[in-house]
Design a protein around this ligand. Structure first.
Ligand code: PMT
Length: 397
């Protein structure tokens, strides 16, 4: 279940090589349980045929404004009624020009003009076409009209040139749509978060770390951003993609993480510590790789790391502080102790054997009113549950 489940989404495809990515977008939306309707321009249908979109969406694909299959012949009106969003992907330079000037000379442009739902466009074109003054004027006009212009990205183009104009990937467009349809429970809030493990160096190639994958923290960062928050994510070394709309700061050690958090703490409304921060670090970091001496393994002396969450919560005017508690037993006892001892507003408790490293999690929320178990599930769903609970606890903005 996502916020897209059961929602009607209309995907408009115009003429461009990137039309192949729209097929993947439709597949992702259908997989998420959305009701997907596809309308194409004639140029779009030359790049990928309607048959592909029909097979992926399981619905009739609309191209012709004079198509008599719609019982009242009002496809240009009916298709967006009840839709949560209309996304044009790819949006060609020509189609953006039409949209900016309110032209309606085919089914898709008429649909855009007659819509009663938010419109998102994902430009895809050669870099010179994108940078040309008319296209830039048209993009600015669309933004001024309340249209969300997604991308374009920079990179290698189908024409062989390199620059701005590549359509965003299907996964990025899916994330943008998900953000678009999610209720804005954290609108106007600034959230600073930590996620992932830390790495405490022993020598240039070795160190102490843990098995946190960053999945829980990244899912929560995405859920906060989708709920309208401005999110800064201080991340230990992980291989997770940066969530849509999140500002990411990469760090390695607990000391780096502490420094980055303190640098970005001013004006934050909420702090969430999801990172599995190493409590200790080696007292000395060898400049060269430690050599093996037979029969004399080295002894590692450890020093205590700063507690980032406790330091944030101890600020004179702290943000709303949320901590995680990763335990292997007696979750209630340890989590409620952390709530009180670290002076937190909310603690998310989980057993390491349930959630660390994997895709799913089982969490219990602890706050001043008691314990609140969330339904077990994928980390994205658990993250949405945490955001809903957190939003309800916040003082008015
Ligand atoms: O990354 P995943 O594989 O998805 O796994 C998710 C998770 C299990 C790591 C996550 O759900 C979780 O529980 N994170 C907190 C892990 C942890 O270090 O818990 P703790 O009980 O040791 O620390 C309590 C709190 O203090 C945490 O919010 C932690 O971020 C914070 N802390 C701890 C030590 C320290 N030096 N600085 C801190 O800020």
């Amino acid at each position: 279940m996502t916020e897209l489940t059961g929602k009607k989404i209309v995907v408009g495809v115009t003429g461009g090589v990137a039309a192949y990515k729209a097929a993947e977008l439709v597949r992702l939306l259908v997989k998420a349980g959305a009701e997907v309707h596809v309308a194409m321009t004639e140029a779009g249908a030359r790049f990928v045929t309607p048959v592909t979109f029909q097979a992926l969406s399981g619905r009739t694909v609309w191209v012709d404004a004079w198509d008599a299959r719609m019982p009242n012949n009002m496809a240009h009106i009916d298709l967006t009624r009840g839709a949560a969003a209309l996304i044009i992907a790819p949006a060609s330079a020509d189609f953006m020009a039409k949209l900016a000037h309110g032209m309606a000379d085919d089914l898709l442009s008429t649909l855009c003009l007659a819509r009663d739902c938010p419109l998102l466009v994902a430009p895809a074109m050669n870099r010179q076409m994108w940078q040309s003054p008319p296209t830039q004027r048209n993009a600015a006009q669309l933004r001024a009209d309340g249209v969300a212009v997604l991308g374009p990205a920079a990179g290698e183009q189908a024409c062989g040139e390199t620059g701005d104009g590549r359509m965003l990937e299907a996964e990025e467009l899916f994330a943008a749509l998900l953000a678009h349809v999610t209720p804005k429970r954290l609108a106007g809030r600034r959230v600073l978060m930590t996620a992932g493990p830390t790495f405490e160096a022993l020598d240039p190639v070795r160190g102490l770390t843990n098995i946190s994958s960053g999945k829980m923290g990244y899912a929560l960062a995405a859920a906060c951003a989708n709920a309208g928050a401005e999110v800064t994510l201080v991340s230990g070394p992980v291989s997770q993609p940066t969530p849509w709309g999140v500002q990411r700061i990469d760090v390695r050690s607990a000391a780096d993480m502490h420094r980055a958090v303190m640098q970005h703490l001013a004006r934050q409304d909420i702090f969430i510590g999801v990172a599995a921060v190493a409590d200790f670090r080696p007292a000395r970091v060898a400049g060269d790789k430690i050599k093996k001496t037979a029969g004399a393994p080295p002894t590692i002396e450890l020093l205590e790391n700063p507690d980032i969450l406790a330091d944030v919560a101890a600020q004179p005017v702290p943000p709303f502080c949320v901590g995680f508690a990763a335990e292997s037993c007696e979750l209630d006892t340890y989590a409620t102790d952390k709530l009180r001892r670290k002076r937190l507003k909310l603690v998310v408790g989980n057993l390491v054997q349930d959630g660390m490293g994997g895709d799913d999690n089982v969490v219990v929320l602890y706050d001043a009113t008691g314990r609140h178990p969330l339904p077990p599930g994928p980390k994205a769903a658990v993250a949405r549950g945490i955001v809903d609970h957190l939003a309800a606890l916040l003082p008015p903005a």
